[in-house]
Each structure stands twice: as C-alpha cells, then as structure tokens.
Design a protein around this ligand. Sequence first.
Ligand SMILES: [Mn+2]
Length: 320
Amino acid sequence: MKSVARVIRENRNFLISAHINPEGDSIGSQLALSFMLGVMDKRAYMIDQDRVPDNLIFLPGAKNILTEPPADFEPDAALIVDCPVIERTGDVSGYLKKAGLIVNIDHHVSNEYYGDVNWVEEGFSSVGEMMFHLAGELGVRMERVLAENIYAAIVTDTGMFSYNNTSSDTHRVTAELVEAGVDPNFMHAEIFEKKDLAEIKLLGEVLNSLEISEEGKVAHIKLTRGMYSRVGADKVATDEFINYPRSVKGVEIAVFFKESTGEKDKVYVSFRSNGKVDVNRLASLFGGGGHQKASGCMLACGMEEAVGKVLSEAEKVLQQ
Ligand SMILES: [Mn+2]
C-alpha cells in the first residue's frame, strides 16, 4: 500500500481501469480511486472496455467512466483494480502500453503480479475495502461521496456481507462508511432492488420449470427461447436465477440450463454446489470449468438432450 501511495504522490497523470464486464467492486473502487486523486489535484481518466451496469450508474462520478482516453493522453501510471490478469482489462490493454508504470491493486488469490508495483491483499473482501485504507494512507478525508463508492464495492463483493470473505474488519470499515454519511437502505435499494420487470417475469417462467431429482439432492431449472419471447425481451440479467434451486433445503447440486438466444442447439449450463460436491469436475466432463462451488459449460445439442446428459453425470458424481 505504501508503494502505491508513493506512486500516487510522485506522479500527476493517471489512467484507472478494471476488468471487462465490470461489477460493483471494480466500479466502486475505480470511482473511489478517482475521487482521491481529484482531492489530491491529480489528473485521472477512468477507462473501461465495457459500460457501467445500469444498477451502478447512480454512483457518484460513474458517468465519467469512459471507453477510451483522450488521444494524446500519456499517463505517468496506470492503476488497475480488481483485475487478476492484465489481459482481463480487454481493449484497455492497448492504452496501457503508453503508461510509464503499471500498478496492480487486487484481492484475487489468482492474481498474477503483472504490475511494476503490486498491492495484492488476498485477505480483503474487496478492493473497495483496500481503498478505505488507501484513503487513510493518503490522508484523504472520508467524505460521503467517497464512502458511497467504497460501500458499493464492499456490499456487492461480499454478497451483502454473506460470503466467507466478510471479516470483522470488513464490518469495522463499513461502520466508518455509515458514519461518513452512507445510507445503507438507499444503497441497497439502488443496487439490488431496481430490477427490470422483464427479469422478474422471466424468473417466474424459469421457476416454473424447477425440478428435483436424486432424492432431493439435485435441483435444476431451464430457460428456453420460448420463455424469452413470452416476456418480450432477450437481454435480461439471469445471473442470480441459479440461487433459487441452490437454496432449496437438502439440495447439493443446482443446475441452470439456458438455451442460447442466438444459436440453435446450444445450451449454456451453470452449476452450483452447496459444498460437498465438486462441480468444477462436473463441468469439466463437458469441456467447461470454474471453481469447486461454481462452474459452467456449454453443450452443443437441444435442451432435453442437454438435461439428460448432465443429470446422468450429476447422478454419478453424487454416488462417488
Ligand atoms: Mn473484487
């Protein structure tokens, strides 16, 4: 952290970026960093390949995140947050070549230490939590605007303080953010409770498909092209749908089958495990992968065939 603070103090022009398809931690942390640099009278541009998700655009400064820097901009340093490998910055990696220094600020275990300066804290819930401490190191006062961005980063990366990465320190930091003026009720409503009507309607369709097998140990749901056309939308966030089969009492493996909207005979499959079963192994049987508790794969066939194949392998994995 001290090396990062030194780079910030000793330079003037910065490029800030994060990983592609940014979410709460990468957006909130970039905004927090940019705010701190602003207070210190530095020049900084936040550049991301992809646009800010709708539920985060309310965050102070979010509209200043651009997809490309001014043509003549040559940053003294690029500050990359929440990005374990530099390639994950996507199109931004081209602009990074103009930067004098690369500074890598992250909390992923898989971080590749690609920076000239690397500040990687595996024990931290989020880069947002790291930003809180950086503000202290830089002597930047915890104003409400800064605190809101850090709060957004923490609350999303901890799954509303529910994941294992939530420590007593996380709560201590959060307490200080609330004291600095963050309104948790407002933040939760903006980030988590402004879903599109189409998403809720599609969830209804998908939950109707819920089936339980293997004596209650496997739960699966299906999303077909027909369901998209019934709700009249095809760009709907469906990432959270799998939490419903996963939360059924007694379930060990949850599976979400999702038909491609663009291509026929292509089914995306997501797996979640409640701990005992390694779903990374299950996904790798079909050429996919991921982690022990969350993984995915793609099958080039129709929906019913995909369901049959995957459930029969799930049965075998459960019996082992
Ligand atoms: Mn993160």
